[in-house]
Ligand binder design. Structure first.
Ligand code: ATP
Length: 261
């Protein structure tokens, strides 16, 4: 169990106090799949960076079961691969100097098999499509054999078809390995396809949670999924006049533009 209590993060920007995260409480059961949705600037990435230990909280704390820090794997929107390393070299990079070479080779082989890139292990980043590069980014996190897998809009830059394929692959990997997953997205359909719990954020706060009690594999056109997606969009839309006050940016269109069949 991972328990987040009273977590907040403030930044100083030209003498102004920016509240990126405000008093967030969150419980993550081992092996759960939580997707965090919300408008641009609502604090999703900040929450992920705090969970990853990349930034320190202003208040609050993150407690892990039995007190020891889990192994954490992170996947970002841009895979940022090293162009001088092969697919296998990029995937295994985080293990170099930490585990024996033979162990790196076997973990890389297993991770590349999971993401379907075994035949491309010797290719270089400039020989890969966007979807393949994203798969390498995922493999680079999987070789760590993470207890906690944190993904920040990993498929946002991909076309809808590739994205759907990667969503299915991620689901299969999660079912096979059962890390605790926290996945950030703007896309409510993606959230409902992947999650067993969707957390809604607004203005740095968690404003709602919804369990997703749907069997896998999931179909985006399934009526129960469409209904849940609509309910989450309604939760997030809230009172439009209030939302405009809290988020005076054009990014609030992200949710208004989504159409539900
Ligand atoms: N390093 C930083 N310095 C100053 N302000 C920051 C910093 N990081 C984030 N912020 C501010 O904190 C708020 C939340 O940002 P965050 O990146 O967490 O939002 P987000 O929901 O992930 O947005 P997006 O969906 O656009 O990535 C924003 O107002 C942002 O400007």
């Amino acid at each position: 169990m991972l328990e987040v209590r009273g977590l907040s993060k403030h930044y100083k920007v030209s003498d102004r106090d920016v509240v990126a995260l405000a008093d967030v409480d969150l419980m993550l059961a081992p092996g759960s799949f939580t997707v965090v949705v919300g408008r641009s600037g609502c604090g999703k990435s900040t929450l992920l960076r705090l969970l990853a230990g990349l930034v320190a909280p202003t208040t609050g704390d993150i407690r892990h079961a039995d007190g020891h820090r889990p192994t954490i794997g992170c996947v970002f929107q841009e895979p940022r691969l090293m162009p001088w390393l092969s697919v296998a070299g990029n995937a295994g990079f985080g293990l170099v100097g930490k585990v024996a070479k033979a162990e790196i080779a076997s973990r890389v082989a297993a991770a590349l098999a999971l993401v379907g890139l075994t035949d491309f292990r010797d290719a270089y980043p400039d020989q890969l499509s966007g979807g393949m590069a994203s798969r390498v980014g995922l493999a680079r996190a999987l070789v760590l054999e993470p207890d906690l897998l944190l993904l920040d809009e990993p498929f946002a830059a991909l076309d809808a078809f590739t994205r759907r394929g990667l969503q299915a692959e991620l689901t299969d990997i999660w079912l096979a390995r059962r890390p605790t997953v926290v996945f950030v997205t703007h896309d409510v359909e993606e959230a409902v396809l992947l999650a067993d719990q969707v957390v809604h954020m607004d203005g740095g706060r968690i404003i709602g949670r919804r369990p997703v009690p749907l069997a896998r594999p999931r179909d985006a056109t399934d009526q129960a999924l469409v209904t849940l997606r609509r309910a989450i969009l309604d939760d997030l839309a809230g009172d439009p006049s209030q939302a405009a006050t809290r988020h005076p940016s054009s990014d609030q269109r992200v949710f208004q533009q989504e159409t539900v069949p």
